[in-house]
Design a protein around this ligand. Structure first.
Ligand code: SIN
Length: 295
């Protein structure tokens, strides 16, 4: 496997949807899909477009929490967050609210979801309910292009490296521990019947192979703390280089939200960053889909 774009390159014809790229590296807006009522052919096309574009955006969707959950369940089981509680009446959905005057912005660091878990989230679906008049975008970075942008020497040197990933008290995040901020570790476990594996520390390959496309991605984000078997003095400069490299502007796209926008991204090959550049209410409904063990 050389990481080239074999599976998702070449022209594709869609019969049910229209796909408009939003950046050179990845990301597309999709029209022609009503997410509240999707037939199998339309779902199949949008799934393929999602694998190809990694981040897909649907505008003007009017869906209930039950309809969002039904759409999410087509992609797989729900992945539950170890630190955050879901909505009272829909524990599979996290409501992310930032009010005017709040200092903390959930997701305002480059990361890929639940990388600290042995089976990190496959996909995340975020649905905008209330949005600021300007700002509050989410940025995404293409980890296949980040991998392909490394020199052959760097790829070879790091080819067998594993990162050690931590979900709380990690070096690069804010000052308070997440289990204090969100009211208790394993909070979700009390809310759903089958919370799954809530482990919050794991090792993962630095270069992971996408299980569906076969493409290789640089798998890094703010949960990755060190390289297994390296001492800090060795690992930190390399990790800092990789973090900076992975978010080069040419690897990114950006989604601006309006109420009714739903964006779905592939955590196996995408990092994201919630831009904290606003001081108004923003309310989103977020569901994560369970993934498998990275290899
Ligand atoms: C997240 O990190 O999942 C939140 C992204 C956002 O709110 O824009």
């Amino acid at each position: 496997m050389d990481g080239s774009d074999t599976v998702v390159s070449g022209p594709v014809t869609y019969n049910r949807i229209e796909v408009t790229p939003i950046a050179g590296t990845m990301g597309a807006e999709i029209t022609g899909a009503n997410l509240a009522d999707l037939d199998d052919e339309t779902y199949g096309e949008l799934y393929n477009a999602w694998l190809r574009y990694q981040v897909v955006v649907f505008r003007d969707q009017d869906i209930t929490p039950d309809e969002q959950l039904a759409f999410a369940l087509r992609f797989g089981k729900i992945h539950h967050h170890p630190y955050m509680k879901g909505m009272d009446d829909h524990p599979d959905i996290l409501e992310i609210i930032k009010e005017a005057g709040d200092n903390y912005t959930f997701g305002a660091a480059w990361h890929t979801d639940q990388m600290f878990n042995p089976q990190p989230a496959k996909a995340t679906m975020l649905y905008a309910k209330e949005t600021p008049s300007a700002g509050g975008d989410t940025m995404f970075s293409n980890m296949h292009d980040a991998y392909n942008g490394l020199s052959d020497a760097m790829k070879e040197m790091l080819s067998d490296v594993k990162t050690w990933c931590v979900g709380d008290r990690f070096k690069l995040s804010g000052k308070s521990a997440r289990q204090d901020r969100y009211g208790g570790n394993k909070a979700m476990a009390s809310k759903v019947k089958d919370p799954g594996n809530l482990q919050t520390e794991s090792a993962h390959p630095l270069f992971r192979t996408h299980p569906e496309t076969g493409r290789i991605a640089l798998y890094i984000g703010n949960h990755a703390q060190t390289f297994e078997g390296f001492n800090d003095a060795e690992a930190e400069p390399l990790m800092q280089f990789l973090r900076d490299h992975s978010i080069r502007p040419e690897f990114t796209c950006r989604v601006n939200w309006k109420p009714g926008t739903l964006t779905l991204w592939d955590n196996r090959c995408v990092q994201h960053y919630a831009v904290p550049d606003y001081n108004e209410r923003r309310r989103m409904h977020r569901i994560t889909i369970a993934g498998d063990t990275p290899f």
